[in-house]
Write a protein that binds this ligand. Structure first.
Ligand SMILES: Nc1ncnc2c1ncn2[C@@H]1O[C@H](COP(=O)(O)OP(=O)(O)O)[C@@H](O)[C@H]1O
Ligand SMILES: [Mg+2]
Length: 356
């Protein structure tokens, strides 16, 4: 099977994508897959990397290799794969499947998925609408509400309104939520980029200013004091939910640095919550997965409140972190599904979606 792994990308999570992809490339069974590693630079250039070893993808030096080949993935179904531009001559490679290992904008948001739909190539993970809807936290909120799953109270702030009158927006958000602290989050970022905790009006105003530098829409959310837990979901029509893992950040919340730089954040599998709470998280994870129309995979994140043990939805990631220490593969490993087998299953779900 000819499989292209897409990595890198134009989003703020470029590096994380490279780490995830390196780990996927390490674990794919080479006897089953003929692999085409295609890196997307920060500027959005697509490059087939014929001799990229995983270390080079991990440390970013792949971009400077001399033998990179400009690659196109045209929507043309006749091509059904890559066009490699080697010294002026175009060579086509028919692909059986694509694994987009891209976090954030231009990869996890339905754009690449749309291209792959047009090209008619099976791909791992959620389709166009589910990807787009889970990338935008404000749209996720609306869909999760219809699923009857509890989530943090929120106020949606729009850039246009903020530019016309920042004070009014700050006041309206604070009034609607009723008390501090609150969380400020750009609607379409990931990896905690632009996320801030605000303890008062001044910090809220500063948080909004920073968040609006990254996005046109910003959520202001009620602060949820609880265990931070995550559930991995796998499958198409009959998805299964893993056990629940917990993140114990050593910083004030799970920031970008706590996620990727500070080694001291801890993961617990299973989470330090009761059996019943684990079951509630799993059930709600499946509900949210279905409400958003996900397929393939997603990691669904919740809080379990310290005060009364309530399960509160936080967000859904349609292309979760996939490094060897990431929660998604670890949760399935705990369930007895080893990393290479997990990848096989994801690829067969992609295939099943298109070919039944
Ligand atoms: N309402 C909230 N209450 C408490 N902590 C929050 C809240 N929202 C986000 N956080 C903290 O901020 C982190 C990042 O926010 P999240 O919504 O998961 O966005 P991202 O897509 O960047 O991961 C979370 O992992 C959590 O630690
Ligand atoms: Mg998150």
């Amino acid at each position: 099977m000819k499989l292209a792994v897409l990595f890198g990308g134009i989003s703020s999570e470029h590096e994380i994508s490279c780490l995830s992809a390196a780990s996927i490339l390490r674990n794919l069974d080479r006897t089953k897959y003929e692999i085409y590693a295609v890196g997307i630079t920060r500027d959005g250039a697509w490059r087939y990397c014929p001799t990229c070893d995983v270390e080079r993808i991990e440390n970013g030096s792949w971009e400077r290799m001399a033998d990179l080949v400009p690659a196109l993935l045209p929507p043309d179904r006749g091509v059904h794969g890559l066009v490699l531009l080697r010294e002026g001559a175009a060579e086509t490679v028919r692909l059986d499947c694509v694994f987009p290992v891209l976090h954030g904008a231009g990869g996890e948001d339905g754009t690449v998925q749309g291209l792959l739909e047009l090209a008619g190539i099976p791909y791992v993970g959620c389709g166009v609408a589910a990807s787009a809807n889970s990338m935008d936290k404000s749209i996720t909120k609306v869909l999760v509400e219809t699923a009857g799953v509890r989530q943090a109270k929120y106020y949606l702030a729009l850039r246009h309104d903020f530019e016309r009158g920042a004070e009014g927006v700050v006041r309206a958000a604070a009034e609607q939520l009723g008390s501090f602290p609150v969380f400020v989050k750009p609607c379409s970022q990931g990896s905690s980029v632009g996320v801030a905790k605000a303890n008062n009006m001044l910090e809220l105003a500063a948080g909004l200013t920073e968040a609006f530098a990254l996005d046109d829409k910003v959520l202001v959310e009620e602060f949820i004091d609880g265990h931070e837990v995550e559930c991995a979901v796998l499958g198409n029509r009959e998805p299964v939910a893993s056990t629940v893992g917990e993140i114990a950040p050593t910083q004030e919340f799970y920031t970008f640095d706590a996620k990727y730089k500070d080694e001291s954040s801890k993961l617990y599998i299973p989470a330090h919550i009761t059996e019943r709470q684990i079951e509630t998280v799993r059930r709600n994870a499946l509900r949210v997965y279905r409400a958003l129309g996900c397929r393939g995979l997603a990691r669904v994140d919740f809080f379990v409140t310290h005060a009364d043990g309530e399960v509160v939805f936080n967000e859904l990631n349609s292309i979760p972190g996939f490094t060897s220490i990431s929660m998604y593969p670890k949760l399935f490993d705990y369930e007895g599904v080893r990393y290479p087998e997990l990848l096989d299953r994801l690829i067969s779900f992609a295939w099943e979606e298109r070919h039944g």
